[in-house]
Design a protein around this ligand. Structure first.
Ligand code: MN
Length: 423
């Protein structure tokens, strides 16, 4: 990759160079209508202004406005050729040798805002949210804790990409704090269940992607065509109430343990931006069924960090690191498996990966694993320890790709756990 320069100054460590150009939805000030923006360095480019000025003409956009909108859905449903054409136009318009924007002081003043000054919104109107369980390391760790190492992986695990249908209405934007949920639990040695605030509150380090173009009901997406349906990726923290989960999960899987909040990062990093960071997909043994076998078996090299800051700490402290490529099942396999029955994915659907744990101890993507079900407390600077997340803790997930001197990032997803509202 040749590194292109923009007329907007961008630091080497920025998540948002010219090679990234992630999409989000923002209001310049709280009283202004939401519109689509693109992150560049520490700036936001107002796509609605570019569209209104005619600077996107000649791309594969329709005549109707798709950026003067409160969500990305209208743009997402246009498909990969439209996304690629806008990306190319933006990289040209924003390059330091293109005078159109660079030398138009009035237009620049109307088109750019400091990210620190704007209000971000949920970028997508999410119809359905599906959460996979695609880290074999995570499945093995959790299985070992609950059933022993000999029976850790369920017999279906290496054949079926496991998932459940989650709750889309409670997918929230980074920065929105959450209250400790309330529910039914049954401690191991208790005779009867209890009702009250969750005691074993956890995060899950995940990533998710948004479906751009739909498939129609009854028509599965071929695994080799799946990538074209993926618009882009965000960081996902799939908050989990472990004690509620333990009591409720049989026989139908998690319900209240997962339905109260799922936090996502505000900038959607497109599949086009991520393509240079593809790596060969994981070895899969036994060989998957043919509907899951892509000719081009790829995954993504995305470095991930988990940080925690308690109320007594001055700054976040990293407690885990991982990588998207540790997942056993790939994005294309998620799409192919989800639709093999004829299920229709729709523009704006969110498909999350499941907790992304790696093989090493420091690569565990949840407190459940990091503290090994509470038996090995995690030490924080200042002497505090954590088995699970405490009231007042803020959890941060961050991620970036880096290759040949080009770094693109996802920013972060962060939220603070507030006390329960009471029973
Ligand atoms: Mn999850």
């Amino acid at each position: 990759m040749t590194k292109r320069q923009s007329f907007i100054p961008i630091s080497d460590q920025s998540d948002f160079p010219l090679e990234n150009l992630p999409y989000g939805v923002f209001s310049p000030t709280p009283d202004k209508a939401p519109r689509v923006g693109v992150a560049l360095g520490d700036q936001v480019l107002d796509m609605a202004v570019l569209e209104a000025e005619g600077l996107l003409e000649g791309t594969k956009l329709p005549s109707v406005r798709v950026f003067d909108q409160p969500t990305l859905n209208a743009f997402m449903e246009l498909g990969h050729e439209a996304w690629a054409s806008v990306r190319k136009r933006l990289q040209d318009l924003l390059a330091n040798d293109t005078p159109t924007l660079r030398d138009n002081r009035d237009l620049r003043a109307r088109a750019f805002y400091a990210q620190s000054d704007v209000v971000m919104h949920l970028p997508v109107r999410i119809g359905d949210y599906t959460d996979f369980y695609s880290s074999k390391h995570h499945a093995f760790n959790v299985g070992t804790m609950f059933r022993g190492a000999d029976n850790a992986l369920m017999p279906n695990y290496l054949h079926v990409p496991i998932a459940y249908h989650g709750r889309a209405s409670s997918v929230i934007l980074s920065g929105q704090d959450i209250h400790r949920p309330i529910g039914q639990t049954k401690p191991k040695d208790a005779q009867v269940p209890q009702f009250g605030p969750c005691k074993l509150f956890d995060f899950e380090l995940e990533m998710g992607f948004f479906i751009g173009t739909s498939n129609t009901l009854g028509n599965p997406v071929n695994v080799d065509e799946a990538e074209k349906h993926i618009f882009g990726f965000v960081l996902v923290n799939d908050w989990s109430a472990r004690d509620i989960q333990t009591w409720e999960y049989q026989p139908l899987g998690p319900f209240n343990a997962k339905n109260f909040a799922t936090s996502i990062s505000p900038w959607v990093v497109t599949m086009d931006a991520l393509r240079p960071f593809r790596v060969p997909g994981p070895d899969q043994d036994p060989e998957p069924f043919s509907y899951l076998k892509a000719q081009d078996h790829w995954t993504l090299d995305i470095k991930l960090d988990v940080l925690i800051q308690s109320e007594t700490m001055d700054e976040p402290h990293r407690i885990a690191r991982s990588n998207y490529h540790h997942l056993y099942w790939t994005p294309s396999q998620h799409v192919a498996h989800h639709t093999i029955t004829g299920c229709n994915l729709q523009t704006g659907d969110l498909l999350a990966s499941g907790t992304i744990s790696g093989p090493e101890k420091e690569e565990r993507g949840s407190m459940l694993e990091l503290s090994w079900r509470g038996t090995e407390p995690v030490e924080l600077p200042g002497g505090e320890t954590r088995k699970f997340i405490q009231d007042g803790d803020t959890v941060f997930l961050r991620g970036f790709c880096e290759r040949d001197g080009v770094r693109i990032g996802f920013g972060e997803v962060a939220a603070k756990l507030l006390p329960s509202k009471g029973v």
